[in-house]
Design a protein around this ligand. Structure first.
Ligand SMILES: NC(=O)c1ccc[n+]([C@@H]2O[C@H](COP(=O)([O-])OP(=O)(O)OC[C@H]3O[C@@H](n4cnc5c(N)ncnc54)[C@H](OP(=O)(O)O)[C@@H]3O)[C@@H](O)[C@H]2O)c1
Length: 165
């Protein structure tokens, strides 16, 4: 795919991103919002106990980072409303069934709206406890695949990993 056609493909799309506080996920989120501001929505799944702390994590660990300087400068005073309009922080955990999304209304909205799933959440520690590594990297991928299969109109599941499914 040419870069131009990727951009036009992303127009109006709704994307679920896991691992967005991580090295790769954060760059993906910034790149999408800067290059294709006409993306419909990004759902960002973060480990958090409730929606407020998910939103707080999103601002502190993703949107508030220096990486977003170019987009912030480009949009000026509209940056905050652009982010609130396009980005939704979702409290969850990939190691849990239904990605740990407890809010049923939100989960239904996601299942009906998502076109693309980017799964980059992982434990990247080489000395991680075995059960935690299994839960995140093996069952996490399994749960994301099941979630994507339940999405009524999903077109792409992109799994970023050093391993394979
Ligand atoms: N970085 C590279 O150069 C590179 C190269 C090739 C492949 N990869 C692969 O790409 C993937 C992402 O790498 P990365 O460097 O971005 O990793 P990273 O910086 O370690 O980020 C991992 C992300 O996964 C999230 N996460 C961990 N456990 C989770 C769970 N149970 N539920 C939800 N989210 C969870 C972390 O969230 P928290 O903030 O909550 O911990 C964080 O956002 C990995 O599979 C890695 O092996 C990376």
């Amino acid at each position: 795919m040419e870069l131009g056609s990727v951009k036009s493909f992303l127009k109006g799309k709704t994307i679920l991103v896991t691992g967005a506080t991580g090295f790769l996920g954060k760059i993906f989120v910034e790149k999408i919002l800067r290059d294709q501001p006409d993306v419909k929505k990004l759902y960002i799944l973060l480990r958090a106990s409730n929606p407020c702390s998910a939103t707080e994590r999103m601002h502190n660990e993703i949107i508030g980072k220096y990486l977003f300087k170019v987009l912030r400068e480009k949009l000026g005073g509209d940056f905050g409303s652009f982010i609130s309009d396009k980005v939704v922080a979702v409290a969850g955990d990939v190691s849990s069934e239904n990605l740990g999304i407890k809010d049923e209304k939100l989960r239904k909205e996601m299942l009906e709206g998502i076109d693309i799933v980017l799964h980059s959440a992982a434990s990247t520690k080489f000395d991680e406890r075995f059960d935690v590594a299994m839960g995140t990297n093996t069952f996490g991928a399994f749960n994301v695949v099941n979630f994507a299969k339940s999405c009524t109109k999903v077109e792409i599941l992109l799994y970023v990993s050093t391993g394979s499914l």
